[in-house]
Design a protein around this ligand. Structure first.
Ligand SMILES: Cc1cc2nc3c(=O)[nH]c(=O)nc-3n(C[C@H](O)[C@H](O)[C@H](O)COP(=O)(O)O)c2cc1C
Length: 229
C-alpha cells in the first residue's frame, strides 16, 4: 500500500478485535516512534496490551471497544506543539495504516489518569492514537469542498489541487475541518487554523497530508516551525 492509498483507506475505527499486533509490526512502530521523538522533541510513547486508558465511562460513551494498544502524544502546552503533535502523530497513523492496522485519534473520550505512566511535570498529554486490528475497516465520511477549505491568489495548479484532496482525507476532531490553506504567488502556501476545539492539532495533521499530496518540491510553507521529513 502506498501513502496515497493509506490516506484513502484510513478511517477512524473505535471497535477492535482481540488479535494482538505482531512483533514485526511492533518493531516497525517502535523504530518510527523513536525517529519521530528525535525529530520533533515530542514525548511520544507506545502502550501495548494496556486496557485501562480505554476502560472507563468516557471511552464507553465514545463508542470505544477493546482498545488495548495506543500511542500518547505529549509536549509542553503551546499552539506550536499542538501543530507538531498533529504532524508527527499523523505520520505514525499513516505508517500504521500501511502496516495493516486501524486507528483513531482521541482527544477526549479516554481516561488520561488511568495511563500507567508517570509523565514529567511539564508534559501535557494532548491526544492519544488508538491502534489495532479493527472489527471493521471504518468508512468514508463527508468533507468540505476544496473551495471551502482553500483560497488561491493565482490560478490553481494541479499540485495544489492534489494537496487539497489529501487535506480532505485528513482526520479532524468531530470532523470539523477548521483550517484554511492559501496559495500565494511564488508557490508559497499558508496554512492557518480557525478557532475550534483541537484545531491546531488538526492543522498539523492536515499539513502532513498536504505535503504528501502536493509533493515536497512543488511549494514552500509561508511559515513552518518544525522539521519535516
Ligand atoms: C485531534 C483529534 C481529536 C479527536 N478526538 C476524538 C475523541 O475524543 N473521540 C472520538 O471518538 N473521536 C475523536 N476523533 C476522531 C474524529 O471524530 C474523526 O477523525 C473525524 O470524525 C473524521 O473521521 P475519519 O477519521 O474517519 O476521517 C478525533 C480526531 C482528531 C483529529
Amino acid at each position: 500500500m502506498d501513502i496515497w492509498e493509506a490516506m484513502q483507506r484510513r478511517h477512524s475505527v473505535r471497535r477492535y478485535t482481540s488479535a494482538p499486533i505482531d512483533t514485526e509490526t511492533l518493531t516497525k512502530l517502535t523504530d518510527l516512534i523513536l525517529l519521530c521523538r528525535e525529530k520533533s522533541g515530542l514525548d511520544i510513547r507506545l502502550f501495548v496490551d494496556e486496557p485501562k486508558a480505554f476502560s472507563g465511562k468516557l471511552a464507553h460513551y465514545g463508542s470505544f471497544h477493546q482498545v488495548r494498544n495506543y500511542i500518547t502524544l505529549g509536549a509542553e502546552k503551546s499552539a506550536a506543539n499542538d501543530e507538531k503533535i498533529g504532524f508527527f502523530g499523523e505520520k505514525i497513523v499513516l505508517a500504521a495504516t500501511t502496516y495493516g492496522l486501524q486507528s483513531c485519534w482521541v482527544g477526549l473520550t479516554y481516561s488520561k489518569k488511568k495511563i500507567p505512566c508517570h509523565f514529567p511535570d511539564d508534559i501535557s498529554v494532548r491526544c492519544v492514537i488508538a491502534l489495532g486490528h479493527g472489527e471493521t475497516l471504518g468508512s468514508p465520511r463527508s468533507t468540505k469542498s476544496i473551495e471551502a477549505l482553500s483560497a488561491t491568489e493565482v490560478p490553481m495548479p494541479e499540485w495544489f489541487r492534489r494537496g487539497m484532496q489529501a487535506v480532505q482525507l485528513a482526520p479532524t476532531a468531530i470532523n470539523q475541518q477548521r483550517f484554511r490553506f492559501t496559495l500565494r504567488e511564488g508557490s508559497v502556501v499558508s496554512a492557518k487554523a480557525l478557532p475550534g476545539f483541537f484545531s491546531k492539532v488538526d492543522l498539523g495533521i492536515a499539513k502532513y497530508h498536504f505535503l504528501l499530496g502536493a509533493g515536497k518540491g512543488n511549494f514552500i510553507w509561508e511559515r513552518n516551525d518544525f522539521p519535516e521529513e
